[in-house]
Design a protein around this ligand. Structure first.
Ligand code: IMP
Ligand code: MG
Length: 181
């Protein structure tokens, strides 16, 4: 699938500064608590890897994989669990780590699912926030960088499975996709 990268929406430097800030805040807030950090795959893997190295505590890490947009760009609202966490979270303090909150439906669903397992508490963290299209009544407890309502790739986020590796966050140009074909 052909598509062109648009402009840089968030730079490496902006991301690094925000990750340090969030890590420091989380370190303070979870001191003395039994913390489990849960990364939402696939998009969350790069942010999770950076964030956990800024959290100066002893804690566990687990992953949950959910279906997202497939190869399209709009939310279906349906969430499917492709891989569940391995750990028992009863009585633990959970921090759910996402790449981006758009409609909020994914995070809302995951929070409700994990809540049935009786953790002490569930907090959420996202590196990117697109509040314009929010449909679920949810605000991340640890909020990264707010971006406008444009489709973005990079820093874990993909378009048709590609571009997760880009160190910056880019918009993509889909009208050019049509012309180039
Ligand atoms: P939500 O359920 O609408 O909040 O969206 C959840 C997921 O959709 C995010 O965690 C991303 O994986 C994906 N997503 C939302 N917006 C974008 C985007 O602009 N680019 C790539 N993936 C996106
Ligand atoms: Mg995601």
């Amino acid at each position: 699938m052909l598509f062109n990268l648009g402009k840089v929406v968030v730079t490496k430097e902006q991301i690094a500064a925000k990750v340090r800030e969030l890590g420091a805040k989380i370190t303070e807030d979870f001191k003395g608590k039994d913390l489990v950090v849960i990364g939402v795959l696939k998009g969350g893997f790069i942010f999770l890897a950076d964030l956990v190295r800024e959290i100066r505590l002893k804690f566990s890490i687990d992953f949950i994989a959910v279906s997202s947009y497939g190869s399209g760009m709009s939310s279906s609202g349906a969430v499917k669990i492709l891989k569940d966490i391995d750990m028992v979270i009863e009585g633990k303090h959970v921090l759910l780590v996402e790449d981006l909150i758009d409609t909020g439906l994914t995070l809302n669903y995951l929070k409700a699912l994990l809540a049935t397992r009786k953790p002490a508490d569930i907090k959420t963290c996202t590196i990117l926030d697109k509040p314009a299209k929010r449909r679920a009544n949810i605000m991340p407890d640890y909020k990264g960088i707010e971006i406008p309502d444009v489709f973005v790739v990079g820093y874990g986020l993909d378009y048709a499975g590609k571009c997760r590796n880009l160190p910056e966050v880019y918009s993509i140009n889909t009208t050019l996709t049509q012309i180039k074909r």
